[in-house]
Ligand binder design. Structure first.
Ligand code: NAD
Length: 481
């Protein structure tokens, strides 16, 4: 009899009923829940089941205008005059309330976005709270953070975020804006609006003055209304490079400040002296974390030729142990693909990879019958010119290539329009630094991958955008100096 070497876990589902999701959500404008002026709504669904979670207000120009007016009034009024010390107290309060409701936030993030509960619970929600804690500490110390620069707020910040880390991206945007004394109009992505709306509940509970944070929901046209609004002083956008370019063109003739956090196609480089088992874990974390819906995902794998066969063999065995399925199950490693559209995009790339001569490997997985699913996928025999090695897929698809020398891998790794992140696995610190300093990427991890810290700036070069979020750089992006 053939021995079954795969682990089988008993189901360990998180209790979905803890999450309180209303049947309908309006915009959060001037501290009040406000229906869309057009009366229109859209559905947000659970990508793991295809079932509707809630109806959400669809914002138009008039809703955005009301939100910007509220943000301006708050900026000209109480908030703009408040001391950093007082502002900091509100931000601390938001962080603590988020911690208190962490379990509910994790469940809603998983229900709305499809990511495994283990990740929402251990990464998204704690990191989001940490961003508020970190920036709260700076609110009364900006003079020391930027000595002799006389830092002052910009005014109203218009912020637009994507669907891959909905709460975390909202925290990356709102926390530094508040710490620096700005007011906010934020739009979450249309497939994942719920945790930003839950954050609005916390903001209301924190007693933050009305109008300081406004949340308007909707799709691209709602985002465009924020970008185009004449009374917005700063646009902070995280999303695709194509929309980022469009935004830059739109505001080219204005005095709006802008930061763009865009796409990526990161190289994950395994040198022959690396600790191979650790590196394999890093490869898996690099590309299969959050279904590969990660701007800084290590989607291009470069393995030194002498260890190529060993790494690929170990990687395939590790892939066979990954649990794909119900995102609410605490054993799940890979949850649901965020939307039907994104699943189609990923499938198109998988097909292209095969047509262009790549060898595809997918472990056998039992996938649920409803919802959007894609097994972890590895392509070998990929060339530099393959589309799957060039374009951002934003899914659990890894393209592997080999290399012989360090100069060769540097030139291959940098041969991309993007420049967001990279990883290097190597036993020798000196070699590691020699390599990391030559990679065109905003973040380079050494012997790890996908590590984030509120104190550490994050952002890209080239078509991955400009500006930094996190750390003092992230605060500077909201200040006039
Ligand atoms: P997207 O660009 O389609 O959408 C992002 C947001 O912009 C959404 O809220 C959307 O409604 C809004 N939007 C769409 N068209 C708009 C317009 N014309 N004007 C204003 N707003 C508009 O991106 P997505 O598919 O939601 O997210 C995935 C992309 O985000 C990937 O490319 C990923 O790499 C990138 N991303 C980057 C970072 C980073 O920090 N660099 C982080 C996360 C995601």
């Amino acid at each position: 009899m053939k021995k079954n070497t795969n682990w089988e876990y008993a189901p360990a589902p998180e209790a979905a009923k803890i999450a309180k999701i209303a049947k309908r959500y309006d915009h959060f404008i001037n501290g009040k829940w406000t229906p869309s002026q057009s009366g229109k709504t859209f559905r947000t669904i659970n990508p793991a089941t295809g079932r509707k979670l809630s109806e959400v207000a669809d914002g138009n120009d008039a809703d955005v205008d009301a939100a910007v007016k509220a943000a301006r009034a708050a900026y000209e009024g109480l908030w703009g005059k408040m001391s950093g010390r007082e502002r900091g107290k509100y931000i601390y309060r938001i962080a603590r309330l988020m911690q208190e409701r962490a379990r509910e936030f994790s469940i809603i993030e998983t229900l709305d976005g499809g990511k495994p509960i283990r990740e929402s619970r251990d990464i998204d929600v704690p990191l989001a709270a940490n961003h508020f804690f970190y920036t709260a500490g700076w609110a009364d110390k900006l003079e020391y953070a930027f000595p002799n620069r006389n830092p002052s707020a910009l005014g109203v910040a218009g912020q637009i975020i994507p669907w891959n880390f909905p709460l975390l991206m909202a925290a990356w945007k709102i926390a530094p804006a508040l710490a620096t004394g700005n007011t906010v109009v934020l739009k979450p992505a249309e497939t994942t609006p719920l945790t930003a709306l839950k954050l609005a509940e916390i903001i209301a509970d924190s007693g933050l003055p009305e109008g300081v944070v406004n949340i308007v929901t909707g799709a691209g046209t709602t985002g465009a209304a924020i970008v185009n609004h004449p009374d917005v002083n700063k646009v902070a956008f995280t999303g695709s490079t194509s929309v980022g370019k469009f935004i830059q063109q739109t505001i080219a003739n204005t005095d709006k400040r802008v930061t763009l956090e865009l796409g990526g196609k990161a190289a994950n480089i395994i040198l022959e002296d690396a600790a191979i088992d650790q590196a394999v874990e890093g490869i898996v974390n690099g590309i299969y974390f959050n279904q590969g819906h990660v701007c800084c995902a290590g989607s291009r794998l470069f393995i030194q030729e002498s260890v190529y066969e060993e790494v690929i063999w170990k990687l395939k065995s590790r892939m066979r142990t990954l649990v794909v399925g119900d995102p609410l199950d605490k054993n799940t490693d890979i949850g649901a693909i965020n939307s039907k559209e994104q699943l189609k995009t990923i499938q198109k790339y998988i097909q292209l990879g095969q047509e262009q001569g790549g060898d595809m490997y997918q472990p056998t997985c039992k996938l649920p019958s409803a919802g959007n699913w894609c097994p972890p996928t590895l392509f070998t025999h990929v060339t530099q010119s393959s589309v799957i090695a060039q374009e951002e897929i934003f899914g659990p698809v890894l393209a592997a290539q080999s290399f012989r020398t360090v100069p060769e891998v540097i030139s291959k790794a940098n041969n991309t329009p993007y420049g967001l992140s990279a990883g290097v696995w190597c036993d020798k610190g000196a070699r590691l630094f020699q390599l990391t300093t030559q990679l065109d990427a905003g973040v380079v991890w050494g012997n790890t991958f996908n590590q984030f810290d509120p104190a550490s700036p994050f952002g890209g070069f080239k078509e991955s955008g400009f500006g930094r979020e996190g750390g003092l750089h992230g605060l500077a992006a909201y200040l006039e100096m």
